[in-house]
Design a protein around this ligand. Structure first.
Ligand SMILES: NC(=O)c1ccc[n+]([C@@H]2O[C@H](COP(=O)([O-])OP(=O)(O)OC[C@H]3O[C@@H](n4cnc5c(N)ncnc54)[C@H](O)[C@@H]3O)[C@@H](O)[C@H]2O)c1
Ligand SMILES: O=C(O)C[C@H](O)C(=O)O
Ligand SMILES: [Mn+2]
Length: 540
């Protein structure tokens, strides 16, 4: 490759920061403006330009041009403005770019696009996308369940790129060592099937044995090409997400963000809330609204926590109620998923079981103390539902975490107002502070992005063979003690502005757990040193 192409290699390009000597050595003399800038000067210039963009989408598109050209510069600016950039680079703005990916397409962003129509090219495609890079972390989607906006086929690749950006900004994962992958198995999105601009396979989703075989081939190819890679699954459909995780978690270093990542962050938020209200987890009644991938993943995590606290599985199960499209889930229903079944209730527990077909009647009957929304049903936590819940519990814990913003079950300011400041609230998207009756309520962000970067860093740095429940539990507990719970209006989770700092705390807890369980494949003398050595910083 002629050296001038270095300006087109985002992993090597420094742009105007190439010194005059470097320019001479690299055959770049006269190919850049004369001034040599420092990284800080470049970052300042990028931020000034960014600040002039009027919409979030324009801001994101501008930042992506920097990403496409110069990774060090992109991550330098990102690291200087983490809380400000997160909603631009990631959720919720990323939902808009997923929906418009084909129209907005300019650059494949070093992703691998694998097609179910050509399974024989899986290996070649992964190799080509990785080039000479040593891949340690791979984020993959099949685009069926992007956030709460559904099936976006190949366009879902944006979420894998976005998730990886957060890994680097939050946990210092080396951007040369990551690979975003989309598995294009078709789409059932009618709009895409009829859109002449759509860049993916224009046929319905392939399911069943052929789909399963494709996934198996993919995982095998990944393991062969990139031994010890941490394989992160994102936004698969409800059935496939659970199936794939169950198939591989015993023997491979795999992670499902929507099931496990969300479980951890919501448990951490609940522990934070109970720390504020001075209550015990084992005294809570938990209502899951939207018992899909995330809803069940969270329920399983909190259930495990109750068992860890000494309850028998039978006792622990009594604390959970699941509501899905059918209403409260009962064990005599024929259409329950395998993950829902253990938490379905018996009709005999209620006088009016047959009436419990909506959220309000269920809240009345169950009187939950914790309610988490993962339903994609905008506004489902109505004033009546919330006031009914608050009538039976002093500090209701209410987390409407459906994404993006247009799908949230209730907004934080309404929840605070409707409960007269009593509710302990976290949302999936970032929420502003709520000023109510002289108190400024900080709203925690219960988004898996607050946990998966540290979790991944801990697992990668410790060379863990698998990611198991103990490591996951260690991650959830590691966020305790960061917030000052005595402050009126304190948030239940630490702020995104401290994401870089607490991701290291999470990583240490996870790596320590892996090493304590002897899951490390290489000798680790100090987890702190191992993490330090794994981390990358944006500098030339
Ligand atoms: N904050 C986070 O970190 C986070 C993480 C994962 C998912 N989520 C959000 O959670 C939502 C669900 O994601 P998922 O991956 O679990 O999707 P999913 O499709 O697996 O689950 C959604 C569930 O909601 C149910 N549902 C639909 N309509 C309903 C209704 N009217 N009443 C009750 N239940 C209903 C569906 O039947 C399904 O079981 C999305 O909006 C997603 O963005 C947030
Ligand atoms: O992507 C997010 O913002 C969180 C989560 O993984 C989701 O699917 O909503
Ligand atoms: Mn997701």
């Amino acid at each position: 490759m002629p050296t001038r192409n270095i300006l087109n290699d985002p992993f090597k390009n420094k742009g105007t920061a190439f010194t005059l000597t470097e320019r001479q050595q690299l055959g770049l003399t006269g190919t850049l403006p004369p001034k040599v800038q420092t990284l800080d000067q470049q970052a300042e210039q990028v931020y000034a330009q960014y600040s002039k963009k009027s919409s979030n989408l324009e801001k994101r598109l501008f930042l992506m041009t920097i990403f496409n050209e110069n990774r060090v510069l992109f991550y330098k600016v990102f690291s200087q403005h983490v809380a400000e950039f997160m909603p631009i680079v990631y959720d919720p703005t990323i939902a808009t770019t997923v929906e418009n990916y084909s129209q907005l397409f300019v650059q494949p962003q070093d992703a691998a696009f694998l097609s179910i129509d050509n399974p024989e090219t899986i290996k070649e495609s992964l190799k080509d996308a990785a080039g000479d890079r040593d891949i340690r972390l791979l984020v993959v989607t099949d685009g069926e369940g992007i956030l709460g906006i559904g099936d976006w086929g190949t366009q879902g690749v944006d979420i894998t790129v976005g998730k990886l950006m957060v890994y680097t900004a939050a946990a210092g994962i080396n951007p040369r060592q990551v690979l975003p992958v989309v598995l294009d198995v078709g789409t059932n999105n009618q709009q895409l099937l009829h859109d002449p601009l759509y860049l993916g396979n224009q046929h319905p989703r392939v399911q069943g044995a052929k789909y399963d075989a494709f996934i198996n081939q993919f995982v095998k190819a990944v393991e062969t090409l990139f031994p010890n890679v941490y394989l992160h699954f994102e936004d698969f459909g409800r059935d496939n997400a659970a199936n794939i995780l169950n198939r591989f978690k015993g023997n491979n270093l795999v992670f499902n963000d929507d099931i496990q990542g969300t479980g951890i962050i919501v448990l951490a938020g609940i522990l934070g809330a109970l720390n504020i209200s001075k209550q015990k987890l084992t005294d809570q009644r938990y209502l899951c609204f939207g018992a899909g991938t995330a809803g069940v993943g969270i329920t399983q995590r909190i259930f495990e926590e109750m068992v860890n606290l000494g309850l028998s599985p039978q006792e622990a199960r009594k604390h959970f109620y699941m509501v899905d499209k059918q209403g409260l889930l009962f064990d005599d229903m024929s259409n329950l998923t395998p993950e829902q079944k253990p938490f379905a209730r018996s009709r005999s527990e209620f006088d009016n079981a047959d009436d419990l077909t909506d959220l309000l009647s269920t809240v009345k009957a169950v009187q939950p103390t914790i309610m988490v929304g993962t339903s994609t049903q905008a506004g489902a936590f109505t004033e009546r539902v919330v006031k009914e819940m608050a009538a039976h519990t002093e500090r209701p814990i209410i987390f409407p975490i459906s994404n993006p913003t247009k799908l949230i079950e209730a907004h934080a300011d309404d929840l605070i107002k409707w409960t007269d400041g009593k509710a302990l609230v976290a949302t999936g998207i970032p929420s502003k502070n709520v000023d109510y009756n002289g108190v400024s309520y900080e709203i925690g962000q219960a988004n898996n992005a607050l946990i998966y970067p540290g979790l991944g860093l801990g697992a990668i740095a410790s060379t863990a063979r698998v990611l198991n429940d103990k490591m996951i539990s260690a991650a959830a507990h590691s966020l305790g003690g960061i917030i000052d719970v005595k402050k009126p209006g304190a948030a239940v989770l630490p702020p995104v502005s401290k994401l870089y700092e607490f991701s290291e705390t999470v990583a240490e807890a996870v790596a320590k757990s892996a090493v304590d369980q002897r899951l490390n494949q290489r000798p680790i003398e100090s987890v702190v040193d191992a993490i330090k050595e794994t981390k990358w910083e944006p500098k030339y």
